[in-house]
Design a protein around this ligand. Structure first.
Ligand SMILES: *Cc1c(COP(=O)(O)O)cnc(C)c1O
Length: 426
């Protein structure tokens, strides 16, 4: 069965971020909590929460029940000219948890489109006011998604090269440290009157390889931008909903952003959905008698009742006492494993923010080994029943919050085995 499905898949499916000639895609029959099961009965601990979305693990019965009831009640209704209780309730509950200045919710389909809407909100704010502020500020090594606007504000590389002439210009700055703050301020100052907004991944740049910066430095940079009238777009698509140990990255920061983006953990990994929230100040620039001032953006499935219900159910689970205990326990486990890793010679730059642990593993210094190393590590972990997706030589853990203490300790043991085995390759 397993082999048949691989062949049928190869005949018809084109997978994301994959060189189809050289990649293999494992058929998965079912999931249960932190585990995925293939058709041979082999199980895998999902230590990437299936691309960082499945915060409560797989096939959660509570979310399933809620969705089943909603599907029998109202599966979909056009969100222009109509509304529904799940969207109203989700917006009310979410806004109550976000920084106080967040007052309106705009629904989209995923993280990339949540980012597109955030950029449009800030750019059209100035357009509606007849002000010429059009430039956008972003971090180097940023990742904000794969649509054209989101690609434009992300780090450029082999993955954007075919479209480079179609991407708009962005001012890229380093992530803040104690040392470079003055240099960053100087760059911003030279463009101050032209910059509409600053978009950033707060605390952790996920796709760049789990790069981390300090909350204090980010808060200082946010305050500086605010002082210059630059809107702050906080992309919490990855870090939102508990990843950093607190509900939102915003809970670590002293400044409030103007716009926030959410997706990934939003529905507990059940449905594709995105959310962009904003301040009343931004909203008011669109609120007028004239139709042309409106935000002309929407998707067929905007605020799908199913997506909203999944998000409501996921929120119930996230706020439940046992999940909050698990989160604390996972954060503590990651911190103590950090001290173990720091003792190892072939391990560099061990870092932890909340539930996320990452480090670089030096199997070989040779750069042409880079890709081979990623493939080697991926396969080595998979062979031992653990799903990880190293980024280059960066190994990281993004566990589902339901993982047990024993299972996480088992993952640590396997990591130590794999890096010790792989050091024999030198
Ligand atoms: C994944 C991600 C996105 C894009 O989200 P999609 O749902 O994949 O479109 C945007 N921003 C950040 C920070 C992300 O990690």
């Amino acid at each position: 069965m397993q082999q048949q499905l691989i062949e049928r898949d190869q005949a018809v499916n084109w997978h994301p971020y994959s060189q189809m000639k050289t990649s293999l895609h494992l058929p998965i029959e079912r999931g249960d909590g932190a585990y995925l099961f293939d058709y041979n009965g082999q199980r895998y601990l999902d230590m990437v929460s299936s691309w960082w979305v499945s915060i409560h693990g797989h096939a959660n019965p509570y979310i399933a029940e809620r969705l089943y009831k909603q599907l029998l009640t109202l599966e979909q209704v056009i969100f222009a000219g109509f509304t529904h209780e799940p969207a109203i309730q989700l917006s009310e509950r979410l806004l109550a948890l976000l920084p106080k200045n967040q007052q309106k919710v705009f629904y989209t389909d995923n993280g990339s489109t949540a980012v597109e809407v955030a950029l449009k909100m800030c750019l059209q704010f100035h357009f509606n006011h007849g002000v010429n502020r059009k430039k956008i500020l972003a971090f180097k090594q940023a990742y904000h998604g794969d649509t054209f606007g989101a690609m434009s504000v992300s780090e450029r590389g082999v993955w954007t090269a075919p479209f480079s002439d179609k991407l708009f210009e962005v001012i890229f700055i380093d992530t803040p440290t104690a040392e470079n703050m003055d240099a960053i301020r100087h760059i911003i100052k030279t463009h101050e009157k032209e910059i509409a907004c600053f978009i950033y991944e707060p605390l952790i740049q996920g796709a760049a390889g789990m790069l981390m910066h300090e909350a204090d430095h980010l808060s200082a940079l946010m305050a500086y931008c605010k002082g210059l009238g630059i809107f702050l777009i906080q992309d919490e698509v990855f870090v939102g909903f508990g990843r950093t140990g607190k509900l939102f990255a915003a809970d670590h920061l002293t400044e409030e952003p103007d716009v926030m983006c959410f997706s990934k953990g939003l529905t507990g990994g059940t449905m594709a959905m995105g959310i962009t929230t904003c301040t009343n100040e931004l909203y008011q620039a669109f609120y007028a008698e004239e139709k042309k001032k409106a935000l002309f953006h929407g998707h067929s499935f905007t605020a799908s009742p199913i997506g909203c219900t999944a998000a409501l159910a996921s929120l119930d689970l996230l706020l439940a006492e046992n999940t909050q205990h698990n989160l604390e326990r996972i954060c503590a486990q990651q911190l103590s494993f950090k001290t173990v890793l720091q003792e190892m010679k072939m391990v560099k730059n061990v870092r932890v923010t909340g539930t996320i642990l990452a480090f670089e593993c030096s199997i070989s210094e040779k750069s042409d080994y880079f890709h081979a190393q990623q493939e080697y590590l991926y396969q080595a972990f998979l062979n031992k029943g653990i799903l990880m997706r190293p980024l280059g030589n960066t190994i990281y853990l993004v566990p589902p919050y339901c993982i047990s203490e024993e299972d996480l300790n088992h993952v640590y043991d396997v990591i130590l085995e794999v890096i010790q085995d792989s050091s024999l390759l030198n």
